[in-house]
Design a protein around this ligand. Sequence first.
Ligand SMILES: Cc1cc2nc3c(=O)[nH]c(=O)nc-3n(C[C@H](O)[C@H](O)[C@H](O)COP(=O)(O)O)c2cc1C
Length: 275
Amino acid sequence: MRARRSWSKVTDAAPRKAELLTLVSAAARVADHSSLRPWRLIELRGDDRRTLGAAIAAAEGDQKPSTKPLRAPLVIAVVASYRPSGKVPRWEQEAVASGVAHVLSLLLDEAGWGVFWRTGGYTRSAPVAAAHGLGPDEDLLGWLYVGGKPERSRPERRKTVDARPFVSRMPSAAAAPDDLTHGRDAAAANGKGTKGDKGRGKGKGTGKGTKGKGRRGKTSKPPTDWAAKARKAETKARKAASRARKAEAKAVAARARAIDGPARADAAPASDAQP
Ligand SMILES: Cc1cc2nc3c(=O)[nH]c(=O)nc-3n(C[C@H](O)[C@H](O)[C@H](O)COP(=O)(O)O)c2cc1C
């Protein structure tokens, strides 16, 4: 991907239909809200490119047909074909069509073909739309010019993009630390997955204390220590059970006294008994 570049000059070699279909099928796997497939591609080969040249001339008010489309043996028109949808607006559908074209250009490049995405002031003109047979709910996103990569082309390097200026946080989170989440490697090394993270985040006590003061200016209750509460309840239950056992023993003894009462009560201990 880092090595990809656009090829403004290409040779007459071009991918055949079968190869193109394979790559388009892969490019079609881009994210697509509601799977509307709101796009189509039109292959321009041979004289099709002259038809486009004439349409460009008509759009531009030129007498002579434009020779621009002849710069590559294969010119692929990228069409956004908007589908009726209450859920997916046109801009999302255009994003899908654009995604397909970007991915296709990457796949073509990877397959060894030179690609250049071109547009012009005439791209959405009536003569150009008519030449492509576009419907009322279709717009052109330009053309991928495709051909062979010239063997003896000058090595062209593109600057490495410094990603930092392009990735930021929301204004409200500007002072927050960069990484609030575990990276995949860190999570694997700790043996902690997202489950653990969730548990920590959702802990009963974590959010409550931060709510601040109540209506009367009192600070809110400290977080509940449920484990301590459970221990207390268990001790209470144990003591109650012990009291119940003692009471029952007392009752048994009282019943026994009531039955054997006086005899037993008057009876002298065995050791004191007279022979
Ligand atoms: C939708 C679209 C339309 C473009 N139209 C043109 C164009 O008409 N002429 C042009 O020189 N570059 C155009 N470009 C940019 C080139 O395709 C190319 O990306 C640019 O020249 C930078 O070269 P690189 O891809 O090697 O970095 C367009 C790109 C996109 C995505």
